[in-house]
Design a protein around this ligand. Structure first.
Ligand code: MG
Ligand code: MG
Length: 256
């Protein structure tokens, strides 16, 4: 069942979305060569607590793994696509990219957003991967209009990514969001005939999150049972925003 949100609920989701947005902006400033992914975790957790919110991922039970995720952030470096675990041993180096995914629960509503942060100077081709992924998300957001369909969103991502010679990671998808972190519908980043192409309606809030690989998009899971890496070791990018369908068009909740 897809839960549609009232204008009042969307205001609350905007508040949790703004908290996540402020955290990601602060982490963007904090990332430098020599920063550890645990430094980012500590900073995020402090901001979440200071706002009177709760981390959404820390303690989140993942049935497929049979374990709870141990941190407030997912920090995934280079060929790690998603679900990397912050560590004081993981030191970021010049030329790396780090994907930071943050979820919070504030006043009963979830916010969820991700970004890919360059560490110092990165190669031009890596920069292009980040730009194309970010553009794909922007194109998808523009499709969040009542009366259109889910595949207008998915197709916008797919066309832009594949048209630029990159590949879509298909094992992970976006999702509805609200009082639950993961609600219906699933939001694939490609036109997936296995998913129902629902009509977008005012009040729907989706977390749209393209995950894009520079090479082969297939992934495998590391021994920690959470971290997904590309099978060929190629770089991957990830950007995510929560977006509401409103009478006035798409409303971006997690951008600051
Ligand atoms: Mg996320
Ligand atoms: Mg998400």
């Amino acid at each position: 069942m897809i839960v549609r949100k009232s204008p009042m609920e969307i205001e609350r989701m905007h508040a949790s979305g703004q908290l996540v947005g402020r955290i990601l902006a602060a982490l963007h400033e904090a990332v430098k060569p020599g920063t550890t992914t645990m430094d980012l975790e500590r900073q995020a957790l402090a901001m979440i607590r200071a706002a009177g919110a709760q981390p959404a991922f820390k303690g989140y039970y993942v049935a497929a793994v049979g374990k709870k995720f141990p941190a407030a952030l997912c920090t995934s470096v280079n060929d790690e696509v998603v679900h990397g675990i912050p560590s004081r041993r993981r030191v970021l180096r010049e030329g790396d990219i780090v994907k930071v995914d943050c979820g919070v629960l504030l006043d009963g509503y979830y916010g969820d957003s991700a970004t890919t942060i360059p560490v110092g100077q990165i190669p031009a081709e890596t920069e292009r991967l980040l730009r194309v992924t970010r553009e794909a998300l922007d194109l998808a957001i523009q499709q969040m209009v009542g009366g259109r369909r889910l595949f207008d969103v998915s197709g916008a991502v797919q066309r832009h990514v594949e048209g630029n010679g990159f590949s879509i990671v298909k094992e992970f998808v976006g999702h509805g969001i609200g009082r639950q972190l993961h609600e219906e519908p699933q939001v694939p980043n490609h036109i997936d005939p296995g998913v129902r192409n629902v009509r977008l309606r005012v009040g729907m809030v989706l977390a749209i999150e393209p995950m894009v690989a520079a090479g082969d998009s297939r992934t495998r899971i590391l021994r920690d049972r959470f971290t997904a890496v590309t099978v060929d070791g190629s770089n991957a990018a990830h950007f995510e925003h929560c977006v509401a369908v409103t009478r006035n068009g798409p409303r971006l909740l997690t951008a600051v």
